[in-house]
Design a protein around this ligand. Sequence first.
Ligand code: F6R
Length: 289
Amino acid sequence: KLYLESEGFNWKSVDIFLNKLYYDYRNLIRRIEMKIVVKENYSEMSKYAADIIAELVRNKPDCVIGFATGGTPIGTYKELIRMHKEEGLDFSGVRSFNLDEYLGVGIDLSKPYSLDQSYARFMHEELFSHINIKKENIRIPDGLSKNPEEFCKSYEEEIKKTGGIDLQILGIGGDGHWAFNEPGSSFTSRTRIEALAKQTLDDNYEAFYKNAGVSREQMPHYAITMGIGTILEAKSAIMLANGSKKADIVAQALEGPVTTDVTASAIQLYKGDVTVILDKGAAAGLKKL
Ligand code: F6R
């Protein structure tokens, strides 16, 4: 060491070189495992996602699909409805598990949709009531369960009994959450009750509750959510994001450190086949495209 140093050898440059090598290697591996597709706009993004889902349904009619709610997948669900109605895409054998539901909230078909903020209602209105999926094959966390902790365990068991989720559909929250796994959630977490973070409450208040006349205080502050560990066990996944509002958090999740501060960064740990589908706005912060 002394000899090398006396010859003017610069250890710092070796350090920098090794770090760069490690960084490039990590990104190379990540690129192989994770496919990132950037589409021109929301409609193209939604069609691409719907095609992946439809292909699975055609190849494996009794597949298990993990569904997400939120604004992002609505276009994808519209396209699936179109495929069902115009092309006969058949959901009669499909089984489904939803990612999450607000605690204390359940579907109430006697209310107009705008006043029923349950995720069960969302799925009913945006997809299930328009396709031929069988009611008995649909699973959504039961926000009205008398014993939500027991319910969470049984949800996990049911997923296992089906043989596991073939394709999980994911969005990403403004604070980087996956399902309702808020910052700080463990990567080994399972289906459980989670307190919603301030940003999620703000986002969902603006997007849904305000219009329904529910105050910020009255809106649900807890949810039942699949855990990150549960999600990572899906055999394949697609993650969707659109709009420049998501650009920064998408870049953090895909290119930043794998951290529980941004739970969607767990996507870098996926062992299955995973495709991230973005529109141009949401892809704007990526350095490696
Ligand atoms: C909903 C879910 C959430 C949403 C996320 C993004 O089932 O899992 O994590 O994917 O909050 O919501 P939108 O799509 O409304 O931006």
